[in-house]
Each structure stands twice: as structure tokens, then as C-alpha cells.
Design a protein around this ligand. Sequence first.
Ligand code: BGC
Length: 720
Amino acid sequence: MPRLTLLIALAALLTGCSLLAPTPPYQNPKLSVDKRTEDLLQRMTDDEKLDLLSGAGWMDTRANTRLGIPAIHMADGPLGIRTWAIPGEPDTPATPKSVPATAFPAGIAMAATWNPDLVTQEGRTLGQEALALGRDQLLGPTVNIQRTPLWGRNFEGYGEDPWLTSRMAVAYISGLQEQGVIATVKHFAANNQEYRRNTVNVLVDERTLEEIYLPAFQAAVEEAGVWSVMSSYNKLNGDWAAQNPHLLTEILRSKWGFKGFVVSDWASTHATAESLNAGLDLEMPGASTMPMLRQFFNTFPGGNPGFDGGYLTKDKLRPLLASGKVSKQALDDGVRRILRAMFAIGLFDRTRTTGGKVDTPEQRALARKAAAQGIVLLKNDDAALPIRKEVIHTIAVLGPNADANPSGGGGSSQVTPGLNPKPIDAIRERAGADFKVEYARGGPEAIALAKRADLALVFAGNNADIEAEMFDRKTLDLPEGQADLIAAVAKVNKHTIVVLHDGAPVTMSPWLDKVQSVLNAWFPGEEGAHAVADILFGDVNPSGKLPVTFPKRIEDAAAFGHYPGVNDQVSYDEGIYVGYRHFDKNNIEPLFPFGHGLSYTTFEYSGLRIYPQTPRYGQLVQIMLKVKNTGSRDGAEVVQVYLHDTKPGLDRPVKQLKAFRRVELRAGESQDVELTLDQKSLSFYDPLVHQWAALPGVFDVLVGSSSKDIRLKGGFELFE
Ligand code: BGC
């Protein structure tokens, strides 16, 4: 055969085979996400679309080999990557321990850093670890507000204030998604108690929802462009969150313009057509794992009686599609949102490479830095801390928590840390030959040690069995025996220092006056013990500030009397007066106020200027001041700006946090700090017009080191 004919024949053969088939547009990374999504959508059969609406197992969606649609592999968060899967294999929580990964400090500890940049770095690291473990989506951050200090999952979230929570959420999501991992802001919405969480109906008025419980979700959507939202277990004002059109369609999509997909919390669906039509896109987990979950839930009070699960399966949806009870439009919308997120995050273009690293020295170093920045020095009489070798030679380390590092709380967020040193070991390591360190857990031995030591360090607090998902705490008191131990130690050693592990407030009244210093270390992640040692010995100057009010007693807390509800109904009767808003309004003195946290140095605030003095609607207001480190150590201060509306058109909180800035200052150094308030900062949610609104009037600007330690006061008048 002549050469030309041979070539033509070969070309004809090749064009017939897929090697030379034109690449379909959806596989072309150069095209826009929307173009690719629409192209793929129109190639799918109805059955293929239906396949995407429910999970394939515990943590995966279904792949489609015909079209090359990858599965989404998820992992639990938000404190680290919690997965049982080795890359390329499905995830099943079959063994008690998940794959080791960096365990970051709990969300509440991250919030206590008041450092969004650090949270962004955490998000990035989580993104890298997720990819290294073959995961495409992380189930975090948790942004539910601390309504009651008893909520079992307070440790996961960012505290009681919507503005602080929003800043942390945006930072976390941005870092994570920048790495190509889908973030999942959860749990939408008003999931503020574990007690009967699977069945409770939360009654909350529109203004409270908008001003307290929704802002962090809104910021996640509008500012961070989050690609996934997880609906919650509870009912909200009568409708299950997973089939709540007001939440999932009116608010999330119509008002905020959310373009990603809504995934159900695990086994929280209750219907098929109602869920899809309300705006739920993906039911998790897959139907096969539902019975396991049902059994698990029913071991807790309230459980989930009668719960079935598996509502968005192909078998259930097919007939409804045929009968028109589920429209083709609703099906397409759901699939479109899932595909769009997958394209946007790069899932179709990812060539999976394993070998990314988890729990590296750099990742651990970040966890340590974060833990140290989050630790709050609550009290420090006579500058007892940091420990100085000139005056202290022997240290008695006491208490149960010195021999365990509760890196996080319990439940789905629990990460298996790579290494998790205990405080006693970290203290010995740092003390070296400079100090003699002895340890006793409790009992008469512990008192004897305390008596002969120069300094007694008592480690007390909670752990993952006490603060956890699925149940709330019954009391704010420390576990049995701990308060007595602290009091007994303080009786024999006037240099007693207490280090607390917790994810939410604990009571201290029986012993607080008797000890010199208290460090609140939270659940500080796997490097927490080192971070505590860093602070105790003064290698790091504490700068953490409370993201929650510590009440003296549970009766003083905002939701007291309106929690946990009766007959599966809880009414948020305290309204917008949550956290410090409640303490301010009712003139209740807290144990420690929101925003509180001491340092080993001192800061001076001066020169407050506010510009313009008479802003018009929509104009930004600049707050300028100077902060000086007036002590002899380098340190960091968190400047907090609260706003007080002097003549509100409707009832408003005494003050609300509207801006903050963490400033690092060397000893003697001063810095100009500038913060900005926008129109939303001045606004309230007006339920009459269903919108945020600002009214003309005079606003006081309160600049402080905590919500109760206001250092500078100024103001401005807003004009229409
Ligand atoms: C939790 C979610 C979690 C999911 C998967 C649920 O019980 O509420 O936060 O992501 O389980 O483990």
C-alpha cells in the first residue's frame, strides 16, 4: 500500500477510537465552571443524576465511571482531619482510631486567639492534610453560637459573639478552600444543644435568628464563598432543618446567593420530596450505613425514634420524579450545585497524588503556636507567672489533667493526634535541670508534695468524655474532687497556680480567691502541653482573650430557664440577649467577662480619633488610636471596639463587638491601630421590613482590652 493511503487508513482508524475523540467541554479546565457544569449536566441521564443526591457510604458520594465524575471523599472536622480511610479506599468508622493527623486546638481556643490570620493558616494546613489523606471535603467549621455554656459541642465553635465567630469562619474557610478542599459550614441552623438534638423544635424569632445565629453562616457564604453548608438535626420553627424552605432556599439562596450545595447532617433527613424541594441537595451518609446510625442515636436520651433515613435514594426519588412530585428542575438544581462545587474546587482536574504529609514538624509547630496564642491568663496575682528560676526551685505538678492532654472534646470532631505529649512531660522537658519537678495525681500524697514545693501547679478541667457531641453537661462544676483538690493544695501552698482544660466555662467560685493564677488552656490540640509550658515559663507571653463570658454560676447564664425546653420544644426567649449582651442588659457581674485575658506586660491606649464625626448612610467610619506596650516584655494585645447606640429605635444590646485587631508590640513599642466600621456594623435587623437597617443617631464607640475594661470612649453621629 502506498505510504499516503496507509496514513489515511491509520488516521481513519484512530479518529474512530477514543484516543482522538474530542475532549468534552466539561473536561476542559480552561472553560468556566458554569459552562463545564451545564455541559456535564446535559450529558447525564436522570438515573445518573439521581445517583448523586445521596452518599455511597459513610463519607463518600458516588462516582460515575461512564462520564468520569469522581466521588467526593469527605472527612470530619473541624479540629483536624478525622478519617479512617487510607487514600483511594472508602471510609468506614470500623476501628476506634482514625488515621493520625494534626489535632489543632478546639474552635473555642482558636477563637481565643482573636487572630484570623492564624486561623487562615490553620485552614491551609487542614487543606494540605485533607489532600494528603485523599479527602476533598472537610466537614467544618462549626459556627453555632454558644447559647448555653452547657452545650456539649461548645468547644467546636467560636463562642458567643456573632462578629468574632464570623471572622473566624471566614478565615478558616478561605484557607481551606484556597488549597482545593470544600469547606462545610455547619450546622445550619440553631443547633445549640445536644440534648434531644435529633428531635427538638427550636423556636426563635426572626430578629434573633438574623442577629445572633445566622451572621457566621452569612459571612461564610457572602465573604468566604463556602461551597457547602450542612443542615442541622433540629427543627427550626416547626420545620426540620433538612427540609426547611425558609432556611435552605429563601435565606441561603435567595437572600445570600449561595451557589454551592447543602448536605444533610448525618441521618437528619425525614422526607424525600419535601427535602429536595426545600433545597437539600445531598443526603449523607449512604442508605446502607443508616441503620448503624439509628442504633447509635437511640442509645442517647431522645435518640431518634422512628427515624428511617435513606430518603434521597434513587429508588425513592424515581417514582416521585415520574409522578411530578419532584420536578426535573429540582433534580437538575441539586445536581448542578454539587457539580458546580466540584468543578470550582478543582476536583475534576485533580490528578491524585499520594505522598502529601500529615503531622509534620511544621504543621505541629503551627498547632503549638495556635494553642499558645489561645491560652487565656484569667488571673495573675503578684505576677506569680511566669515561673522564674530566681525564686522557684521545686514545682509540684498535681491533678488528673497533668497526666493527659485532652486535645479536643468528644464526638465526630475527635482527631487522632500523631503525638500528644502530656503536660507533666512537657513541663519536665522545659524545666530541665533548672527546676525539680514532682508529680502526683491527687490524694494525701499530692498535698504533701504541694506543702514542700515552692510552687504548686494543679491541672484540672474536663475531657472528651465530659464535653462531647450527643449530650450536654449537667453542671458547670469541675469533675468530682477537683475543686476540693485545688482548695486543699491552696491551703498548704500560697503559690498555687491552676491550669484548666475545657471547651466552655467552668465554675471556680469555691477556690478562685485562694489561688494566685489561673490559665485557661481550653482543649488545646496535640501541642497543647508544650504551649502550656511555653506560657508557664514565659517563653511566650499570653495574649488569648475569652470568646465567651464565664458566669459565676449557671443561673446567671443567658439561656437559664429557657433551656433545654419541654416536650421537645425549646423557645429562645432570651432573644438577642446571648452572652455578654445578657450580662450587660441585666447588670450581672460575670466571673470573667467576654474579651478578658491578661498579659505579662501592660498596654496603654491613647489618642482615639473617629472619622468622619458625622457620617452619612453607607459611609465607612474609621477608628484610629495608639497602643503602647508599657511593660518590659514583648507581647500582644487585642484591641476591641464595641458600639453603643445611644437612642435606639428599638431595644438594642448595651454594646456589641464590631471590630477588633490583635497587635504585636515589642517592649516599649507603640503602634497606630486603625479599624473600620461599615454600615452593617451600625445596623440591626428590622423584622417589620425583614431587612437590616440603620437609623440616624449618636453612637458611642467603646475601645477596650475586654468588654468590661473600656480604655477609650468616643462617638459619632450618623445622618441619613
Ligand atoms: C455531626 C456532624 C458530623 C457528622 C459526620 C454528625 O453527627 O453532627 O458534625 O460532621 O456527624 O460525622
